[in-house]
Design a protein around this ligand. Structure first.
Ligand code: ADP
Ligand code: ADP
Length: 228
């Protein structure tokens, strides 16, 4: 069984109202454990909607979503990490204390979490920056912090919604290389949403293409690429 199984997934916003809007229609996607899947498509095709549904933050109108083989052992709160386009760091908390937030929310043992947070900050290249505050960091560094934060509770799945979309081109290229290294070293399953085709091709061990046709039909094609 695939790690994530999505079939016939649809989302209609404001269903039954005058402003009803079909954002996703009949999306299907299977994801293997350990893959870095790029989900690429034009703005407005429903990528964020799909991510929000997988994250359990939004309910689908129709369709099937099974994570973790569908045996019921997968807890979205416990086993998912998320990175958004904005790093959403708390400015009154240090880098280390920002990374610790999910562990605090989940009530995990804090001493171990603190060790793990330090290891993750080293993994994302921020060793020695633990006690700084977010405003002392560059945009790229802030996004590194939010990547460390998304991993602190040792999730099985990491969702990334245009995480480098607000960064300049050079920083973004650098962060892409960093993300590949983080993915390889952490062994996580990652879904990476972008509207940039070359970013999707560069990063993905697998690529899912979302299109929005005249009928706003979101269609997915999986392309298996040899990983360099
Ligand atoms: P993407 O991430 O690919 O840019 P989104 O999932 O954000 O696409 O949005 C898909 C479509 O659904 C867009 O046309 C957007 O305007 C619409 N949409 C998103 N959120 C809502 C909402 N809460 N209510 C109504 N329409 C929405
Ligand atoms: P857009 O379609 O939004 O213009 P592209 O699809 O052209 O964006 O993606 C450009 C991005 O792809 C770069 O900023 C970088 O993040 C990523 N990228 C592509 N090739 C490489 C590479 N060889 N090394 C690092 N990043 C790359």
């Amino acid at each position: 069984k695939p790690f994530i199984h999505i079939s016939g997934l649809s989302k209609v916003y404001n269903k039954g109202k005058a402003n009803e809007y079909p954002a996703l229609s009949d999306v299907s996607l299977d994801v293997k454990e350990g893959d870095l899947v790029s989900i690429v498509g034009p703005s407005g095709c429903g990528k964020s909607t799909l991510i929000m549904i997988i994250a359990g933050l939004l309910e689908a109108t129709e369709g099937t979503l099974e994570i973790g083989g569908g045996d019921g052992g997968f807890d979205v709160n416990r086993h998912v990490g998320i990175v958004f386009q904005q790093s959403l760091l708390l400015k009154w908390r240090t880098v280390l204390d920002n990374v610790l937030l999910p562990a605090e929310f989940l009530g995990l043992p804090m001493r171990e979490a603190r060790d793990r947070a330090r290891d993750l900050l080293a993994l994302v290249g921020l060793q020695g920056q633990e006690d700084k505050y977010p405003k002392q960091l560059s945009g790229g560094q802030q996004q590194r912090v939010s990547i460390a934060r998304s991993l602190v509770h040792d999730p099985k799945l990491v969702l990334m919604d245009e995480p480098f979309g607000a960064l300049d081109a050079l920083t973004r290229e650098h962060m892409n290389l960093e993300l590949l290294r983080i993915w390889e070293q952490s062994g996580k399953t990652i879904l990476f949403v972008t509207h940039g085709i070359s970013e999707a091709v560069f990063l993905g061990s697998k690529i899912a293409v979302m299109t929005s046709g005249p009928a706003r039909l979101a269609k997915e094609i999986d392309v298996q690429l040899p990983y360099p």
